[in-house]
Design a protein around this ligand. Structure first.
Ligand code: UT7
Length: 334
């Protein structure tokens, strides 16, 4: 069995921050950001949360797939920036959309997250454990930005994307996934949990509060060695795609579209160049949304789908890369 994408959905918040808006409070400018990244604007949450954006993208994907929430067996949600730690973001989405028969859990593989979720759902389907999966990438990265750091604040945006995957007869395609934790320092976001009170758990007679339990994260923001991540992406993503295509017995010429994680226009161009491919096969929407981490691939996929650019039988390669470090690629026939 193989999982086929029956429908897609996405949601981005309405508030837009363009490069000129950013230049009002960071030492940067529109020309630099456009030239070095391709990004023109990004959408940021106001009243939305990771959960509400994920739920909205999920509803749109279900509608597009013509699948009811009750038919979903698995909700697999990728995020690094949820507003909830417990319960999982996936369970919160389940509650909102009424997917009462689904098992739900989250997955953190940063910007490779949607791709890893897709591959995991495929494995569940292939193993005969489930028939229908809802996979979601959702991020409120604006909550974990240091808005004074021009090396990161200019890059990221908020949003969510989703896809409904259903089992059908067919052979599962090989996938490629890699991690290199030893290089994780290049892109990180550390939660520093603070305890407001003593760590002693001894309660004196008459005390109503439990000392040492009032911890919450402070100073949690993304730190990145941009050049290192850039070089890693341009080097590893073409290798992963070549590894994937060879395993699938395909060549780059067979592929209609390469749907890459939307981090930087120059990374996408660098990957295309190393694969000796024309940029026309590398759609981009990072100009509008910036880097939305695990949401970027499903948002782009949904836009292509709704624009009618994905015809039945088209051959796609999806590729993600980011913190971990982690990276990978998947092949699919639409
Ligand atoms: O999902 C994966 C997550 N991350 C990524 O994909 C990020 C990958 N990396 C990148 O996209 C790029 O490395 C950045 C966009 C972050 C930075 O671009 P860069 O071309 O690597 O710039 P740089 O850090 O080498 O800096 C070049 C110059 C420096 O000035 P000097 O020393 O040459 O005078 C920086 O201080 O540009 C300066 N600079 C800026 N100037 C205006 C760095 N950031 C900015 C800025 N605005 N925002």
């Amino acid at each position: 069995m193989i999982g086929k994408i029956l429908g897609t959905g996405s949601y981005v918040p309405g508030k837009v921050l363009d490069n000129n808006d950013l230049a009002k409070f960071i030492d940067t400018n529109d020309e630099w950001i456009r030239e070095r990244t391709g990004i023109v604007k990004r959408h940021l949450i106001e009243d939305d949360t990771t959960v509400t954006m994920a739920a909205e993208a999920a509803k749109r994907a279900l509608e597009n797939a013509k699948v009811s929430a009750e038919e979903i067996d698995l909700i697999l949600l990728s995020t690094v920036s949820s507003n909830v730690i417990l319960p999982s973001t996936a369970c919160e989405v389940q509650k909102i959309i009424g997917a009462v028969n689904a098992v739900c859990f989250d997955l953190n593989a940063a910007c490779s997250g949607f791709l890893f979720a897709l591959n995991t759902a495929q494995a569940y389907i292939h193993a005969g454990m489930i028939n229908t999966a809802l996979i979601i990438g959702a991020e409120s990265l604006s909550n974990i930005m240091d808005w004074q750091d021009r090396g990161t604040a200019i890059l990221f945006g908020d949003g969510a994307g989703a896809a409904v995957l259903a089992a059908e007869e067919g052979h599962i395609f090989p996938t490629v996934m890699h991690s290199d934790g030893a290089k994780g320092d290049a892109l990180l976001c550390q939660s520093r949990f603070r305890r407001e009170q003593s760590t002693s758990l001894e309660l004196k007679s008459g005390e109503t509060d439990i000392p040492g339990t009032a911890g919450f994260p402070v100073d949690t923001y993304v730190q990145m060695n941009g050049q290192e991540v850039f070089k890693f992406a341009v080097r590893q993503v073409p290798l992963a795609i070549e590894e994937l295509l060879s395993a699938c017995d395909k060549t780059t010429e067979d592929i209609d579209l390469f749907v890459l994680h939307q981090a930087n226009k120059r990374i996408v161009e660098g990957v295309a160049k190393r694969l000796h491919m024309d940029m026309e096969r590398f759609p981009m929407n990072l100009m509008e949304y910036g880097n939305t981490s695990s949401a970027s691939i499903p948002i782009l996929l949904d836009e292509l789908n709704r624009q009618g650019r994905l015809q039945k039988g088209m051959k796609l390669v999806l590729a993600g890369f980011g913190a971990g470090l982690s990276w990978g690629a998947a092949y699919m026939e639409w």
